[in-house]
Design a protein around this ligand. Structure first.
Ligand SMILES: Nc1ncnc2c1ncn2[C@@H]1O[C@H](COP(=O)(O)OP(=O)(O)OP(=O)(O)O)[C@@H](O)[C@H]1O
Length: 576
């Protein structure tokens, strides 16, 4: 698992070496201090030699200053490496997610992807920084302190031999129990983020339905669940510190007990006993640092697993087999025996045995009850989802023969849910074509019946849109999205219920514009209103994932029950 992340560390190879160098200096300075202290007590104080005390005291001060500077530099290089690797991983996750197919995104869920890119990656970054600093410092200090303690007195040092296995076994059990609990903790963060994300994105709906109380209750439940998961994990970790302290204080008591006797019998000096105790403190510190890092590693193991899952997920839709990048010749579309289900579950087929063709430059209207599969059908054309069975042809070639970018560049979709981004109207329109001239932008806006309302704003095309186009009406947003799609100059233009918020007259003008100004573009219009599709070259009636009728308005009216029923209902509605 760690191996999968090593490529992201390659840029920062030299920093661990710098870190090792400075931390080694810091540790050497720290472990020499007790020796100075012992010398001052056993020689300086015992002989009342003030010069000796002052000289060795100064050495202690200088050592402390060097240790401080080296420690700070070590921490700086550790932080540079850790944050650098974190940034590389985040960038790689972003790249991987941009390549995901819709079903990949469905499988992970948006909130989980956000947690993985933020919280999980942050865990990895923090652990790397701690590992670089402490995994060098703690073992070095431990080894030096043990060696120097052994040099003072070997028998006293045997006390460590009893304490170390006890600590090792305790740590092993803590780490083993904590791992699954940390995994659940990350999942609890996913769920908390999901509730927050849904609430913030849908805040207008929440307020208009006065659902604030229910939303608060939903959040409270997930928040409580998160707290429970965090406590569950912490309960194990809690044992770490007391175990360390119990062991070390027991060691100190044992050292004072046996060491006191050695001082009384003049085997070691009082200063040596004091520095022995100082080494025990350093050994305690090292063990605490080590256990802290091990626990962080345990927590991060869960995060690494979740991040690697994102990095290693290959898009279910790819064009790896396509060697030659052939252009899309025209907007002709053919579906042959197409079956489709979300997640490839054939028991739950959304579209069944679809067979139809549209000539390039023609307009196809699709109508049908809600949930009949209209949006699913059009998403198959630019390969936003792949089909289970059958074949789809665009411009006379199977869509699998095109590079995905080429195919998607030739198809523009205006989705049911319009998304605009913060920035000016002009910037939003240029998503369709980043090289578009002012004339082209204006022309696309005119075709989409957006130019007039844009010019009514004091800043015209430079009007700044709020996040998600919050300062526009629903119909205005829809028209901007249509203009953005037209600007792409696609071979196929798909409008998925995208004029629902536009009045009938403007809707008619938009269709007129397609008819007169985009004669070579194949247009697919999904609509609820018969009037939006009545003039189409062909109309498809979709019902429960199957083609129930296909023909012109005149052919379907009177012969297709569903179409006639929708028509009559809407006519009656219009009369009332
Ligand atoms: N991402 C998805 N994952 C799983 N099932 C989905 C997904 N999107 C849609 N569905 C299911 O597929 C079926 C067809 O949905 P689709 O959106 O294609 O219908 P539609 O005819 O466009 O409906 P509407 O007119 O209400 O927009 C529905 O049963 C829906 O629950």
């Amino acid at each position: 698992m760690i191996k999968s992340l090593t490529p992201y560390a390659s840029k920062f190879k030299k920093y661990p070496l710098y870190c090792l160098f400075f931390i080694a200096i810091e540790v050497i300075c720290d472990v020499v201090q007790p020796i100075m202290m012992a010398l001052i007590i056993d020689n300086g104080i015992a002989n009342k030699d003030l010069d000796y005390i002052f000289f060795h005291g100064m050495i202690m001060v200088v050592l402390a200053i060097i240790a401080m500077i080296a420690g700070a530099l070590g921490a700086y290089f550790a932080a540079t490496a850790g944050t650098g690797v974190g940034a590389e991983i985040r960038q790689a996750e972003m790249k991987a997610i941009q390549n995901f197919s819709f079903s990949n995104v469905d499988r992970f869920s948006t909130s989980s992807l956000i947690t993985r890119m933020t919280n999980d990656t942050n865990n990895i970054q923090m652990t790397l920084i701690a590992m670089l600093r402490l995994l060098v410092r703690a073992p070095l200090m431990l080894v030096f302190a043990i060696i120097l303690a052994f040099q003072i007195n070997q028998e006293l040092s045997l006390i460590f031999l009893v304490a170390t296995p006890f600590l090792g076994i305790t740590l092993f059990f803590i780490v083993r129990t904590a791992f699954p609990r940390f995994f659940s903790l990350q999942r609890a963060i996913d769920r908390l983020n999901r509730v927050l994300q849904e609430n913030f994105i849908g805040i207008r709906v929440v307020k208009s339905f006065v659902r604030g109380k229910e939303e608060k209750a939903k959040f409270a439940a997930e928040n409580a669940n998160y707290k429970k998961s965090a406590l569950h994990a912490m309960k194990v970790i809690m044992f770490n510190m007391p175990t360390m302290q119990l062991t070390v204080y027991s060691c100190m008591i044992a050292v004072l007990w046996f060491g006191g006797n050695l001082v009384n019998t003049n085997v070691i000096g009082a200063g040596e006993l004091l520095s022995f105790i100082a080494y025990i403190s350093q050994i305690l510190m090292s063990l605490m640092m080590l256990s802290f890092v091990f626990i962080m590693i345990t927590r991060t193991k869960a995060s690494v697993q979740r991040v690697v899952e994102v990095l290693e997920t290959k898009s279910e839709i790819n064009d790896d087999d396509v060697v030659i990048d052939i252009p899309v010749a025209n907007g002709a579309i053919t579906f042959k025996d197409v079956d489709f289900s979300y997640g490839g579950n054939s028991d739950d087929e959304i579209l069944k045995q679809l067979n139809f063709s549209i000539e390039s430059g023609h307009i196809l209207g699709i109508i049908g009850p809600t949930g009949s599969g209209k949006s699913s059908l059009v998403q198959l054309i630019p390969r936003l989802y792949d089909i289970d069975d059958g074949e789809i042809y665009v411009g006379g070639k199977n869509i699998r023969q095109y590079k995905i970018k080429t195919l998607r560049d030739s198809v523009a979709m205006v989705l049911q849910k319009n998304t605009l981004f913060s920035g000016t109207i002009r910037e939003n329109l240029m998503w369709g074509n980043e090289h578009a001239t002012d004339e082209e932008i204006m022309q696309a806006a005119q075709y989409a019946q957006a130019h007039d309302f844009i010019m009514d704003f004091p800043d015209g095309y430079q009007t700044v849109l709020e996040q998600g186009g919050g300062n526009l009406s629903g119909g205005q947003k829809q028209r901007l999205c249509i203009a953005r799609a037209i600007l792409k100059q696609p071979k196929i233009l798909i409008l998925d219920d995208s004029t629902s918020a536009v009045d009938t007259e403007t809707d008619g003008k938009i269709r007129e514009a397609f008819f007169h100004h985009l004669p070579d573009t194949t247009v697919i219009i999904i609509a609820q209103r018969i009037s939006s599709i009545a003039g189409a070259d062909q109309i498809m009636v979709l019902n429960e994932g199957e083609i129930n009728g296909l023909g012109t308005h005149e052919e379907l009216l009177g012969t297709n029950a569903i179409y006639t029923d929708i028509y009559e209902t809407q006519e009656r509605g219009a009369e009332v």
